[in-house]
Design a protein around this ligand. Sequence first.
Ligand SMILES: *[C@@H]1O[C@H](CO)[C@@H](O)[C@H](O)[C@H]1NC(C)=O
Ligand SMILES: *[C@@H]1O[C@H](CO)[C@@H](O)[C@H](O)[C@H]1NC(C)=O
Ligand SMILES: *[C@@H]1O[C@H](CO)[C@@H](O)[C@H](O)[C@H]1NC(C)=O
Ligand SMILES: *[C@@H]1O[C@H](CO)[C@@H](O)[C@H](O)[C@H]1NC(C)=O
Ligand SMILES: *[C@@H]1O[C@H](CO)[C@@H](O)[C@H](O)[C@H]1NC(C)=O
Ligand SMILES: *[C@@H]1O[C@H](CO)[C@@H](O)[C@H](O)[C@H]1NC(C)=O
Ligand SMILES: *[C@@H]1O[C@H](CO)[C@@H](O)[C@H](O)[C@H]1NC(C)=O
Ligand SMILES: *[C@@H]1O[C@H](CO)[C@@H](O)[C@H](O)[C@H]1NC(C)=O
Ligand SMILES: *[C@@H]1O[C@H](CO)[C@@H](O)[C@H](O)[C@H]1NC(C)=O
Length: 462
Amino acid sequence: MEAQRLVPFLLLICIGGTDCHLVTKLMIRMTGRSVRFEADNLHVAYYYVLYNVSAEGDLLVFNTSQPGGSHPKAGRVSFHGFPDNFFELTETTLSDSGEYRLEGRLCDSIAFQRNYTLIVCPDARINILQTPLNRSVQLCGADSKGESMTTIQLYRLGGDSPDMLILDTTTSMEQLPEDLRGRLQVDPNSSSVTLHGVTEDDYYQAYECVTFQSGQCQSSKLHLLDCERFTLYPRQNTRLTLPCNIKPTSPHQVYWTTPSGNVTLSPEDSSQAPPSDSQQEEKMYMLNGSQTGDYSLIIPSVKQHGKYICNHKKRLVEYEISMCWQFKSTTATFSNNETVKLDCGLNYEVQWFRQRGADTEELILDSENKTVLLPEDLSGRVDTSSLVSLVIANPRAEDSGVYTCRVKLPNSESFKPALCLEHQFRLHYEDPYGIHSLSSEEEQSADGAVPDDLEKDEHNSI
Ligand SMILES: *[C@@H]1O[C@H](CO)[C@@H](O)[C@H](O)[C@H]1NC(C)=O
Ligand SMILES: *[C@@H]1O[C@H](CO)[C@@H](O)[C@H](O)[C@H]1NC(C)=O
Ligand SMILES: *[C@@H]1O[C@H](CO)[C@@H](O)[C@H](O)[C@H]1NC(C)=O
Ligand SMILES: *[C@@H]1O[C@H](CO)[C@@H](O)[C@H](O)[C@H]1NC(C)=O
Ligand SMILES: *[C@@H]1O[C@H](CO)[C@@H](O)[C@H](O)[C@H]1NC(C)=O
Ligand SMILES: *[C@@H]1O[C@H](CO)[C@@H](O)[C@H](O)[C@H]1NC(C)=O
Ligand SMILES: *[C@@H]1O[C@H](CO)[C@@H](O)[C@H](O)[C@H]1NC(C)=O
Ligand SMILES: *[C@@H]1O[C@H](CO)[C@@H](O)[C@H](O)[C@H]1NC(C)=O
Ligand SMILES: *[C@@H]1O[C@H](CO)[C@@H](O)[C@H](O)[C@H]1NC(C)=O
């Protein structure tokens, strides 16, 4: 163990392979990885042999003069000849740890010799770490003993490229990939490596960190996960699009989990087109984002509350859908000089919406968001001190429209989204001289924008 600890530093003295006596090269690998025992090509050798040096003596692992030797490890060992000249041991296991000796031979004489110490580290379970963009994250060194002389190796795993050793404190960091330059901070004292400024690309990478200290090998695997959460309060039976954008160059296994089961891109679904026959019209489907990255879920008619999650190996987008139920619908008429009072009937977190004519619905008041400003045409005519009712002074014909109060009541079960209730008012102007007045029935059939699923309809004259 004493020798092993010194090795990484002695190694630097051995340059060119001309005289490397008493130098053992330390190699640290994770289980399952492959390792190379490199010969040199400065010395002429007829053949090469690799020995496993154990207390019981030398064990021949591979003799290039007799390929496919009898040793049980032979199937995992291969020799790559000139100009590379190395033995490769694949799928390393913990029991492969030990001393090895590589010899280049000329007939019965040894042309050169090189000793290796192989440490195979136990594999680590992958840890998932949720990290928002731009943050710093520690890739290595969660539980360091604070001793000096620590070897740190950092691998970048998978993604679109093969596993790659990106940092090794026994060598220089020259081969650090472009996107990591200036972002990795190494502290050998605490054997920690910190990645600064997490980018979107980092979510598509995993990291494996191997630390070797006092003969002890530790490893950890980490992949960063971006998890976004949203709570939405759609109106029941309305169309809803839940956005989910995954970087198009990353592996594309994306699917949705919903309260009514999984939604996947089934091969029979034509891409980006809703199912055609009328029976399927209500069925939700996801977009094929293999070109665009857009894997949004389209819900033609939202009926079920609960969690809708866009799943990708590296990214989760979670939508908590809490349906907004219309508990009351009221029709009211008004004429000039009458103050209009729309009584919501519930008071908690209150929002008021207005929809006039063909305009889209606008949020006009929000008890939780003071930056929502009353539209100019209403300012000075509406008292905003209490939102339990909407009181419009000096109403005008242009005030006609659909007014909705939406109330979010806390759910008795904690962590559940709020209960959302709506009271809708259809406000009609009635000309006091009866010239332009419309009956409410005519108004309904003329105005297609008014939802037709009214359960309780009251007609009030204010
Ligand atoms: C390799 O180790 C052996 C002992 O196992 C030693 O005799 C030999 O000198 C070492 N060779 C080198 C090049 O360090
Ligand atoms: C390697 O194999 C060749 C051919 O079978 C044999 O002559 C030689 O002695 C072997 N060398 C060692 C070191 O085992
Ligand atoms: C080396 O020898 C040791 C002890 O005999 C054994 O446990 C280990 O599996 C061997 N490794 C290889 C690669 O042959
Ligand atoms: C991340 O930082 C960059 C540069 O400092 C900045 O332009 C960007 O808006 C930040 N992004 C987020 C999500 O904070
Ligand atoms: C590492 O430890 C040594 C000795 O304790 C100290 O001198 C040095 O400043 C430390 N380096 C860092 C980066 O903390
Ligand atoms: C949904 O799909 C994922 C991935 O294909 C699968 O692991 C999971 O078991 C599925 N769940 C259900 C309820 O079918
Ligand atoms: C998604 O679109 C790609 C090309 O845009 C196509 O190759 C693939 O088959 C589509 N997948 C499904 C399930 O429709
Ligand atoms: C509104 O009230 C004013 C003064 O009280 C009156 O002059 C006007 O005629 C009224 N308008 C209507 C339409 O009743
Ligand atoms: C508050 O309202 C403003 C303006 O409508 C909007 O931009 C903002 O996102 C709202 N904030 C919250 C927390 O909903």
